[in-house]
Design a protein around this ligand. Sequence first.
Ligand SMILES: Cc1ncc(COP(=O)(O)O)c(C=O)c1O
Length: 417
Amino acid sequence: MPYPVWHETALVKQFKAQLCESHDLGNIQENTKILRTFGACRKTFGMYDIGKKELKAIEKVLKRGHFFRYGGKEIEKVEREWAEKIGVQTAVTVTSGTAALISGLQALGIGPGHSVLLPGYTFISTALAVTSVGAIPLYVEVDDSLTMDPEDLRKKIRNHTGCIIPVHMQGMPCDLSPILAIAAEKGIPVLEDCCQADGGSYRGHRLGSLGAIGAFSFNQYKIISCGEGGACVTSTPEIAERLYMAQDGSCSVWPETGEMSQAFFCGGNFRFNELNAAMLRVQVKKLDKILDRLRKTRAKLLEKLDLPEDCQFVPTHDEEGQCGVCLLIQAPTVERAIEEEERLAKAGHKVHRPINSGRHVYKAWDVVNARRGGVHPEWDAFRHPKNARIATHYDKAMKRTDDLLARTVLLHTPYEK
Ligand SMILES: Cc1ncc(COP(=O)(O)O)c(C=O)c1O
C-alpha cells in the first residue's frame, strides 16, 4: 500500500516563517556572545534561565571527553538528583519527552489490543507515543482548567483500556485525586505526562510521583531545559527495570545496569548523553527558583489584572502546585474571548486562545484522526487485528473541549529575574 505524499499545510508554512523571523542566533563565537544569544533565545524560544553555569558544566564534560551514558558521571548523578527532586525511587533519563512516554508505555506492557485514554488538549506526541507501541489513543474531554475531565474519563473506560495518560498542560496539575481513584478502582495504570510541568505539584506531591510512571521533557520550551531530553520516574522496581530496557535494548551488556529480576525484552535506544546531562544538572538545581519566580509573577499579574465582569480567572486544581507559567481567563462566549484576547495583547501581554495552538489540539492530530499513522502497512496500530474491536470515533467533535479551548484566553507569565 503506497503512502500518501505529505503536503505542507498553510499552518506549517506559517509556523516555519515565524521560526525564520525569530531565530536569529547571531555569530556564536565567544562565551559572552553565546550568553547574549541565550538571552535573545528566551524571548522567542523557551529556556527561562540559561547562563554561565550551564556553559561551565558542559565545558567540564567536553574537557573530560567522555560523552557516553555508560562509564560517565553526569547521567548517573542527574538521575539520582531528579528522582530525589520528584520524590520517587528511580529516574531514567531518555532523549526526549516523547521517548519518555514511549518507554513508559513499553514498561507498562501497553500494545496491540489496548486503548489509551488521553485528553483532547495535549501535544500530539502524547497520542503518537501510543500508536508507536501499537495501541489506540482515545480522547477524553477537558474540564475548565483545560486538563483531563475525570467525569468524562469514567465514561470512556472500556475493557480494552490499558492505560490513562493525564497531561499536566501548561504547568497546571490535573484533577489527580478522582483520576487516580477511578484508575485504582478499574485497575488501570496511570502514566502522568508532566512534559509541560517539570517540578509542579499536587497536594504536596510533585507531579509524576503519584502515577505508576511520570514522563518529563527538557526540550527548549520546557520549564527547565537542556535543549532536548526527557526522563521517566517511578517507585516500582519492576517498572524501573523495564524502563532501563526500553531506553537501551543493549543495556544488558553494561555492568552499570546490574542484575535484572526479569527477562529482557527488545528495547530501543533512547540513551541520554553526558553533555545534556551536565546542563540538566544545573537546571535541576535552578528549578525551584524558576518556579518560585514564575509563581510570584503570576500572582502579581492576577492581582493587577483588570478583568471585565463577564470574564473570570480559572483556578487550577492546585493553586500552590501549579507551575506559574500561565493563567487562564474564561469568557462567556467565543466572541468575547476574541475581544479579550485582543485587548490583553494590545496591553502588551503574551496571549493566545488554546484552540489556536495547532498540534496541541486533538482536531489537528490529522495522522491519528485519519487512522493512517502506521510506520509500515504491516506495523500499524489501526490495522492490527487485535485493535479491530476498539471504536475510535475520531470524526466526532468533543463539544466541551472545543468550547472551552475557544472561550479561554491563555496569558503567559513573563519570566522576571
Ligand atoms: C504535553 C507534552 N507531551 C509530550 C511532549 C513531547 O516532548 P518532547 O518534545 O521532548 O518529545 C511535549 C512537548 O512539547 C508536550 O508538551
